[in-house]
Design a protein around this ligand. Structure first.
Ligand SMILES: Cc1cc2nc3c(=O)[nH]c(=O)nc-3n(C[C@H](O)[C@H](O)[C@H](O)COP(=O)(O)OP(=O)(O)OC[C@H]3O[C@@H](n4cnc5c(N)ncnc54)[C@H](O)[C@@H]3O)c2cc1C
Length: 390
C-alpha cells in the first residue's frame, strides 16, 4: 500500500488551506463553541461563505449538489480545517436528514429540500426523543392521523437541540398502534412555522439553553412530506441514526486534543516535576493516542461507505461507543494535568491549549448519551455484530 500523498492531493490541500486562511471570519475562534445556538453566530456566516463555494455539503456526491470530493479529498479537507481551527460543516441537515433524503426521498423531496441545506438557508433539528421515550425510542407516542392528503400531528418531543434556530424538524410519529411498536412509525418533515408548533427552552445549569421542548397541537403536515412509506419510518430512523453515530464527536479534533494535552502536561507540574514525566500518565496518553489513530481509520471506512451512497451498518455503533469513550478519557487526562485550572471557565489568562478545555470537558460528557446512549450501542453490537440473542 502506498501511503504517500499524491501530487494531486497535495495540490488540493494547498487550495483548501489558502482559501480557508483567506476567508475564515476573524471573530470565529472565540465564539466557535457556541455555534448553532446563537441567532447571530459567526459560524453561520462562515457556513454561508462555504456554501457560496459549494464546499458546505463537502461530503455530498455531485448528483445531489455536493462537490463530489473523493474520500481522500474529504480527509484532507477536514484535516486542513482542523489545522486552521475552522469549524467543519455538519449537523442535522448536512449530515443526517440530507443523506437520508438522497437515499430514500422522492425526486420532489430531493429537489425541494437538498438545495437549501447545501446553501445553509434552511437549518434542521431532530424530533426523536419524547418525555417517556428516549432509549426505548420505538415506544414514542406523538400521533399523526392521516386525513385526506394531510397528517394531523399532536404530541411532544424533548431535548430538541437548536430548535430555536431551525426552520424545519424531522420527526418520528406514530401512525398505527397495530402490531409491534416499530411497525407503526412514520418519518415526517415538518415546517417549524406551521400553526400549532411551539417550542420552550430547557434551562441549563450554565444559564444556556441548547435544548427545547417541541409541542405539536393539531399541526397539519402534507402527505408529500413523509419520507418512505407509511408505518415504515423505523427503517428511516435507524438509517438516520447510523449517519448521526458515524459523525459522533465530529467537533472534537482528537489529534489536536492529544497534542494540546502533551503541551499542557509539559507546562503543569505534579509533585515538583512536569505531569508528562509521570509514567502512568504517559502510558495512558500513549494508549489513547493509538486508540485515536484506530478511530481515524474506522471513520475513513465509514466515509467510503457513505460516498458509495450506503448507510454505515453496526460499525457506526462501534465507532460511536469507542469515539465517545476515547474523547472522555482524553479530557479526563487534560483535567488531571490542569488540576484546579480545569475549573477556570473561559479564562483569558489560561494558555491557548487550555482555554477551551473546561467547556469541552463538560460537552464531551454528553457524547455517551446522545444519538442513543452507550449502553444501547452495546446492546446493538451484541445483537447485530456478535449475534447474541435478546
Ligand atoms: C447533548 C444532547 C443532545 C440531544 N439532542 C437531541 C435532539 O436534538 N433530538 C432528540 O430527539 N433527542 C436529543 N437528545 C436526547 C437523547 O437522544 C436521549 O437523551 C437518549 O436517547 C437517552 O434517552 P433518555 O435521556 O430518555 O434516557 P433513558 O432512556 O431514560 O435512559 C436512562 C439510562 O438508562 C440506560 N438504559 C435505558 N435502557 C437501557 C437498556 N435497554 N439497556 C441498558 N441500559 C439502558 C441508558 O443508557 C441511560 O444510562 C439529546 C441528548 C443529549 C445529551
Amino acid at each position: 500500500m502506498d501511503i504517500k500523498e499524491s501530487a494531486e492531493l497535495t495540490a488540493f490541500r494547498t487550495t483548501v488551506r489558502e482559501w480557508v486562511s483567506a476567508n475564515i471570519p476573524g471573530d470565529i475562534r472565540q465564539d466557535y463553541i457556541y455555534s448553532g445556538m446563537e441567532q447571530d453566530d459567526p459560524v453561520d456566516r462562515w457556513f454561508q461563505k462555504l456554501a457560496g463555494k459549494n464546499w458546505l455539503a463537502f461530503r455530498w456526491p455531485e448528483q445531489f449538489g455536493g462537490p463530489g470530493f473523493s474520500p481522500a479529498e474529504q480527509m484532507v479537507f477536514v484535516d486542513e480545517f482542523r489545522t486552521l481551527g475552522a469549524p467543519v460543516p455538519g449537523g442535522f441537515g448536512l449530515s443526517m436528514v440530507g443523506p437520508l433524503i438522497f437515499q430514500f426521498g422522492s425526486d420532489a423531496q430531493k429537489a425541494r429540500f437538498l438545495p437549501p441545506i447545501a446553501a445553509h438557508e434552511e437549518i434542521w433539528c431532530q424530533g426523536y426523543s419524547e418525555p417517556n421515550s428516549g432509549s426505548d425510542l420505538a415506544s414514542l407516542q406523538t400521533k399523526a392521523e392521516l386525513n385526506g392528503d394531510r397528517f394531523i400531528v399532536n404530541g411532544q418531543k424533548t431535548w430538541t437541540s437548536r430548535a430555536n434556530k431551525a426552520g424545519w424538524i424531522f420527526c418520528l410519529v406514530r401512525t398505527s398502534n397495530e402490531g409491534p411498536q416499530q411497525r407503526g412509525i412514520s418519518f415526517l418533515l415538518i415546517d417549524m412555522k406551521t400553526p400549532g408548533v411551539t417550542i420552550r427552552p430547557i434551562d441549563q445549569i450554565d444559564g444556556l439553553a441548547a435544548f427545547y421542548e417541541t409541542f405539536f397541537d393539531n399541526v397539519e403536515v402534507p402527505l408529500e412530506n413523509m419520507v418512505g412509506e407509511i408505518n415504515e419510518g423505523w427503517g428511516m430512523a435507524k438509517a438516520l441514526l447510523a449517519h448521526e453515530r458515524s459523525g459522533t464527536g465530529a467537533n472534537v479534533d482528537v489529534k489536536r486534543l492529544v497534542d494540546n494535552i502533551k503541551t499542557l502536561a509539559r507546562q503543569y507540574e505534579k509533585d515538583g516535576r512536569p505531569v508528562l514525566e509521570d509514567e502512568s500518565f504517559r502510558q495512558r496518553l500513549a494508549q489513547l493516542e493509538m486508540d485515536a489513530d484506530g478511530l481515524l481509520y474506522t471513520r475513513y471506512r465509514m466515509l467510503t461507505t457513505l460516498l458509495q451512497g450506503q448507510t454505515p451498518g453496526p460499525e457506526a455503533s462501534i465507532f460511536k461507543l469507542y469515539q465517545s469513550e476515547v474523547c472522555q478519557e482524553l479530557y479526563e487526562l487534560a483535567l488531571e494535568a490542569m488540576g484546579p485550572d480545569a475549573a477556570r471557565w473561559y479564562d483569558e489568562n489560561l494558555a491557548p491549549e487550555a482555554f477551551e478545555m473546561p467547556m469541552q470537558m463538560t460537552i464531551t460528557r454528553a457524547m455517551s448519551i446522545y444519538s442513543g446512549s452507550n449502553e444501547i450501542q452495546r446492546n446493538i453490537i451484541a445483537k447485530r455484530v456478535l449475534n447474541l440473542p435478546d
